[in-house]
Design a protein around this ligand. Sequence first.
Ligand code: AHR
Length: 307
Amino acid sequence: MVAAGCGSAGGSGGGDSITLGFAQVGAESGWRTANTKSVRQAARDAGIELKFSDAQQKQENQIKAIRSFIQQRVDVIAFSPVVESGWDTVLKEAQRADIPVVLTDRAIDSPDTSLYETFLGSDFVEEGRKAGRWVTEEFGDAEGTVRIAELQGTTGSAPANDRKQGFAEVIGNDAKYKIVASQTGDFTRAKGKEVMEAFLKSAGEIDVLYAHNDDMALGAIEAIEGAGLKPGEDIKIVSVDGVKDALQAAADGEINYVVECNPLLGPQLMDLVKKVAAGEQVPKRVEVEETAFDQQAAEKALPDRKY
Ligand code: AHR
């Protein structure tokens, strides 16, 4: 039951069930597909009416979707911001309409934290640090420069900014690690392949690839093979997410290390949505637990991996 008149959401029509407007980033990766499935399933399980919008990786589409949710007077708006900045205007509109907002998966960089109730997702900076630590351990005894290529996520997005930062924090302590090429692959397999092909032509020797997500790493594997090199051996690969295809590639020796980013946020999201719809206090930040997989751990985890 949505508690009308208790300082919470405006509500979409006085019924008993909660209506949630959810503005998703897109369908750019295996991670995203698993995340969407989790949100849809959890809404059904919780008896929450879900209005779902796919922004196709465009901020303007998400802003339109949020405005439409406001017009429809949904009880709660949740969204995974495509990029970190540029949200204040539309979120102020939601605030004026008395509709609470939940950020999920990706955060925004506004100083005005009153614009949203809570954030549910990962510590992307720590994910970048984990990738960096693996590189410094793997190449700890290496002599000479360790030449790193980096496939960044969507420009301006929280995971791209934070994973870059966390990785740089760790490798930045030792001058022997050098990022020789770094460009966005937009979190997609096709772009990961295309950009890696360009790196292989122009960046000189590459010892290790750091991909901000699995899909780009999987695309890059195709590029590396196309260049007659062995992924995982001639060029070591570390990526982020932990989708089944990447764990399989790790078990096959083509990816060396996978840092997990958990997409199964649906059930926790619905709990938070119910609480904010009822006007309850929730923590400002809720982080999910995550691990990392070397090749043996990937092989072990594979049979139970659902996405
Ligand atoms: O925001 C999470 C990131 O977005 C995932 O790591 C990536 O695969 C997705 O596209």
